[in-house]
Design a protein around this ligand. Sequence first.
Ligand SMILES: Nc1nc2c(ncn2[C@@H]2O[C@H](COP(=O)(O)OP(=O)(O)O)[C@@H](O)[C@H]2O)c(=O)[nH]1
Ligand SMILES: [Mg+2]
Length: 222
Amino acid sequence: MNEKIEIKKKVLTKNDEIAAEIRRRLAVKKIVALNMVSSPGSGKTSLLEKTLAAMNDRLNIALIAGDVQTENDAQRLLRAGGRQVRSIVTGGACHLDANMVDKVLEEIDLTGVEVLFIENVGNLVCPSGFDLGEDKKVVLISTTEGDDKPLKYPSMFRRSSALIINKIDLLEYSDFSVDRVRENARSINADLETFEMSCRTGAGLDPWYDWLEAKVAEKKGS
Ligand SMILES: Nc1nc2c(ncn2[C@@H]2O[C@H](COP(=O)(O)OP(=O)(O)O)[C@@H](O)[C@H]2O)c(=O)[nH]1
Ligand SMILES: [Mg+2]
């Protein structure tokens, strides 16, 4: 009996094709690309400011700041010492797409760059479906958002590699439980690496810096 096995090829969307090309280009240059995602206000820009302050001498970092309407975040990153900072103003779109990143990458000199941060538009829904050619998505959640959010926005947590729990300095003012959010997130994605920190006080940031350096070393060895 002949069995016909039908193999359905995934038809790449235009976005996925461009993202794959970005990924290839960044891989050749051994650049770690991180797509930073969260709700508005979780602390993405704050984390990047801290990271620049601590790591700018040790790592060659380029940054893309996506926003719906302003270039405020790019300005903050420049003030924090970012050497190569570009902004993408989506003009209403709730997420970055690979085409936007591709265009702005043309303006960045990637020679010697070790880490490319892409701060996505603040939104836990739309950015999850758009590959930007990154190595990893890093999702932030802050202690004012509620520890049930991984269960409500599973796609984002499923597609992320690391979870940053930010604003732990505010824990005493809320009923947010770090254990519960970690448990909820890991029920969606058991492989998530987690960090707890305060970008205000600086508590808990060292393990993040170590992780970043480890990812750069891994990439160079690849
Ligand atoms: N208390 C406290 N506030 C923080 C912390 N991290 C960021 N913020 C504040 O939260 C607000 C939003 O931060 P921002 O970095 O702009 O978030 P983004 O929208 O995700 O980029 C700002 O007023 C920050 O100063 C933190 O760890 N603790
Ligand atoms: Mg921001």
